[in-house]
Design a protein around this ligand. Structure first.
Ligand code: NDP
Length: 251
């Protein structure tokens, strides 16, 4: 049920952090994985790390905020692999500032990277998935999809939007046998949150104190949900937003 052999997955932001852990999970389940990001060096290192474990992966550089680049990315995936079965919209960024201090350019950077990119990539994935008669799209939200934070107006708006985008896509494409779900990671130890820990005093301890599992998450904690939502085991699940947070959101 959770076997992905012969399937092709594209993971945006797959060259590090949560994206790489999800890519690793999908590859371990048998999928051929394409990881995408802007930093060619990081992507090459990620591919090498996966190859060292005997896992198949390729990297294609793309800025997912750029409509033409997204189009080229999907053309390249289809040209190389002939199909696309799974898309993980994981690329993301954050600018931590109080709303009154946030510039319009910073707002657009966050919204474009976290939300518009998911729309662009999902839209590009639709035709090949529809043609194949099946597809799985996994969008990465956040605790800030459902909770507020003073430094996260753009980030929270983008991640709340990801959940609503997920529901819209799920209803639009359910009849095409394309399932679209969101994953809401709790606090996971990555480059993104290491920066947050520097910028938000006491964040590490506050998260630890509030998380029933009494630890920060590791990127590998997200691998299982990626495999599940990419597999036939989740064929009747669509439009959901599943927290993977050690209980943070219910405490
Ligand atoms: P990282 O900073 O480690 O990863 C972010 C990834 O996004 C990188 O691979 C980066 O690659 C890619 N990326 C950023 N901007 C672009 C762009 N314009 N085009 C293409 N790729 C881009 O952070 P995380 O692993 O923590 O974050 C992954 C996702 O998980 C994000 O959506 C984040 O919001 C979300 N998340 C993370 C949480 C956490 O606690 N860590 C909690 C909740 C959600 P490159 O630099 O090569 O472009």
């Amino acid at each position: 049920m959770f076997q992905l052999t012969g399937k092709v997955a594209l993971v945006t932001g797959g060259n590090g952090g949560i994206g790489l852990a999800m890519a690793r999970g999908l590859a371990r389940a048998g999928a051929t994985v394409v990881i995408s990001g802007r930093d060619a060096g990081k992507s090459a290192a990620a591919v090498a790390a996966l190859a060292a474990e005997g896992l198949q992966a390729q990297a294609i550089e793309a800025d997912v905020t750029d409509e033409a680049a997204v189009s080229r990315l999907f053309d390249a995936v289809l040209q190389r692999h002939g199909s696309l079965d799974m898309l993980v919209n994981n690329a993301g960024t954050s600018v931590r500032k109080q709303p009154q201090d946030l510039s319009l350019a910073e707002w657009h950077t966050v919204i474009d990277t976290n939300l518009t990119s998911a729309f662009l990539c999902a839209r590009a994935a639709y035709a090949p998935m529809r043609q194949a008669g099946a597809g799985k799209i996994i969008n990465i939200g956040s605790m800030l999809s459902i909770l507020g934070a003073p430094y996260a107006s753009a980030y929270g708006a983008s991640k709340g939007g990801v959940v609503q985008l997920t529901r819209s896509l799920a209803t639009a494409w359910a009849a095409d046998n394309i399932q679209v779900n969101a994953v809401l990671p709790g606090w996971i130890d990555t480059a993104l949150t290491r920066k947050a820990r520097e910028q938000v005093p006491g964040l590490y301890e506050r998260v630890l104190g509030r998380t029933p599992a009494a630890r920060w998450g590791e990127p590998a904690d997200l691998a299982g949900i990626a495999v599940f939502l990419a597999s036939s085991g989740s064929d009747f699940i669509t439009g959901t937003a599943i927290p993977v947070d050690g209980g943070y959101s219910i405490a």
